[in-house]
Design a binder for this molecule. Structure first.
Ligand code: M6R
Length: 603
């Protein structure tokens, strides 16, 4: 949840830390903190509640000397949002400075023990026990002290550690929280997120669980040799350009995201797709007769669409689990089960916990991941990247399109291995190839959708309804609206209205109905009629050419026709735009909604 960065090199550390922190602010942002070591005098440290972007002008005026430092942006878990609880945390002698992303589960017991031993704490955080444990074990060698510390803790961590008495060194460690080492020109960096270091270097090493690394001004070492890999994003891609918000930029990139996901993977003649990651295990996949999809939030809704696709086109029984629930249930699995993990970041703790469980049980694990080199992409047996590029806004938009496009290709792949005909394979592949252009045409509706947002921003409660493939899109539309506009929105299957939700319908409770021309069109029309009969305003997402719907609803947004299984890839685009404009018109912090963080790396 929190962002961590460390710098050691020939340049001043502070500007590198400040810009890295700013680039990571989307991960967690209730407070921030720095420590920079300086050979000549006392270290510089500064920690405060607030947003780094707002404090930047003041921070830029500070004269901070030193070439070694650390910085942290916090998303509070243990301990209130206060200056004291911001990182770094130090020991009794203010010699150790430590920043941490993760959770120390046994911090209470450790704290009690350390207090009995005479340690004095200055924060309420779980992290502070780490600084005092390092102090306790420090006997000339910082990395050994950290090693001993980590033997005592239970939980997850990405750590960057400095010591005033040993100012030529950064020590870092990880367990279930991302840590990458950036190998630059005369400098080394460590961070939880590639975006923090991308302006310095694109050569990185992903630290693995239980590894400790030591960075010095001119060399570094890890407990074992590891290859460097390249970050595929450019700094420009992670930039807002001329857009007022990352979210709008990312929605505008949705057609390109579909294009990137399918590029080079469609085989029109053979009516199938080529997915390198799946080809590796093609023979094993032929025997799979049960799929379990595990994901959280928006990725979970993509997986729910995937279930409809995989069952209809590949004929494989498929279940979908929320990561945080999956880890506590007892799924029925056997040697013919495969588990697919869907995640933009590849660092979502709840999803990764499910992955660990499935690996223990020898289930074939497959990742659908956006971030290259992320924990999920490394821990799954095989996988497919969605190639959506960096997604910075907390609300996931373009990554959802990447996930849906990839899942549609999975349905073709599995389908063609089984009973899907060549004709049907060719049809789906051909329709998939048309999606980027169709998606572009929907973006042209942005000004109309903004006008609708002007009209609907007066309301405080919304239903989103859809059926079959568009039921998960109703859930996604509602999630997007509530998370960034703070309005109350619920997604429900159209058929469920009469089982309870209808009680809430009145003229101040609008319904957004996804009513595309498909196999459940007539059913959706009935559901809309139920709402209208009770005086509820309705805005519909419908298919171009549907004149009948106009008579029924108050407002319509038309999207182009495609195959029913692919409609969600188009119908969600106006809903992303609608949520964006509503939140912006209401003056919300669109890219960084309150209480949320981009990567949820804690349980
Ligand atoms: O990185 P992931 O795709 O695993 O993230 C999963 C959810 O945390 C994420 O989709 C979240 O629900 C978004 N804020 C939704 O916009």
């Amino acid at each position: 949840m929190c962002g961590i960065i460390g710098y050691i090199g020939k340049k001043p550390a502070f500007p590198a830390l400040l810009s890295g922190l700013k680039r990571m602010e989307y991960r967690g942002y209730d407070s921030y903190g720095f420590c920079v070591l300086n050979n000549e005098k006392e270290p510089f440290f500064h920690k405060k509640v607030g947003k780094i972007s707002e404090a930047e002008p003041e921070l830029l005026n500070l004269e901070v000397k030193g070439n070694i430092g650390q910085a942290h942006t916090r998303w509070a878990t243990t301990g209130a949002v206060t200056d004291q609880n911001a990182h770094p945390h130090w020991d009794c002698k203010k010699n150790i400075f430590l920043i941490h992303n993760g959770i120390i589960e046994n911090h209470k017991d450790l704290r009690e023990k350390l207090i009995k031993e005479g340690h004095e704490f200055s924060s309420e955080t779980d992290t502070e026990v780490l600084s005092h444990l390092v102090e306790k074990y420090l006997d000339g060698n910082l990395e050994e002290a950290l090693q001993k510390t980590l033997r005592e803790v239970r939980g997850t961590y990405g750590i960057v550690l400095l010591a005033k008495d040993d100012p030529q060194k950064i020590v870092t460690a990880r367990l279930s929280s991302p840590v990458i080492l950036g190998i630059g020109q005369d400098e080394f960096l460590v961070a939880s997120d590639p975006s923090a270091i991308i302006t310095h270097t694109r050569q990185v090493i992903n630290l693995d669980d239980n590894e400790i690394a030591v960075l010095k001004p001119d060399n570094f070492f890890i407990l074992k040799e590891k290859p460097t890999v390249s970050i595929e994003w450019t700094p420009e891609e992670a930039d807002k350009k001329d857009y007022p918000h990352f979210m709008l930029k990312e929605i505008m990139e949705e057609p390109e995201t579909i294009e990137n996901a399918i590029r080079g993977r469609l085989m029109p003649e053979e009516g199938t797709v080529k997915l390198g990651g799946l080809d590796k295990v093609a023979e094993r996949l032929k025997d799979i007769n049960k799929l379990i999809l595990v994901a959280c939030g928006t990725a979970n809704y993509a997986s729910r669409v995937g279930k409809y696709m995989l069952e209809e086109y590949a004929g494989i029984p498929t279940s979908v689990d929320i990561g945080s629930e999956f880890r506590y249930r007892k799924p029925i699995i056997d040697e013919n089960t495969a588990a697919i993990f869907v995640s933009q970041s590849g660092e979502t703790a709840d999803t990764l916990a499910g992955l660990k469980e499935m690996k223990k049980k020898n289930v074939l694990t497959i990742g659908i991941t956006n971030v290259v080199g992320s924990t999920q992409s490394r821990e799954t047996e095989t996988g497919v990247y969605t190639r959506s590029g960096p997604e910075i806004a907390v609300a996931s938009t373009k990554a959802f399109l990447g996930q849906l496009s990839t899942l549609a290709m999975f349905a073709v792949y599995f389908g063609r291995q089984r009973n899907m005909s060549l004709v049907m394979g060719k049809r789906v592949v051909s329709e998939l190839s048309k999606l980027p252009e169709l998606a572009k045409s929907i973006l042209n509706l942005a000004p109309d959708i903004k006008k609708l947002a002007e009209k609907y921003k007066e309301f405080e409660n919304f239903w989103f309804i859809g059926r079959k493939y568009n039921f998960p899109i109703a859930l996604e539309g509602a999630l997007k609206l509530k998370e960034i506009s703070y309005l109350h929105a619920e997604g429900v299957a159209g058929g469920e209205l009469k089982h309870g939700p209808l009680a809430l319908i009145q003229d101040n409770f609008p319904t957004i109905a996804i009513c595309t021309s498909d196999s459940v069109y007539e059913k959706m029309v009935s559901n809309i009629e139920e709402v209208k009969a009770r005086g509820g305003p309705v805005m519909a997402i419908a298919t171009e050419g549907d004149e009948r719907i106009k008579e029924l609803v108050d407002d319509v947004i038309y999207i182009p026709k495609t195959l029913e299984m692919l409609t969600p890839i188009l119908s969600v685009i106006p809903l992303h735009l609608f949520a964006y404009y509503m939140a912006d018109l209401l003056g919300r912090n669109v890219d960084k909604p309150r209480n949320l963080a981009k990567s949820v790396t804690v349980e």
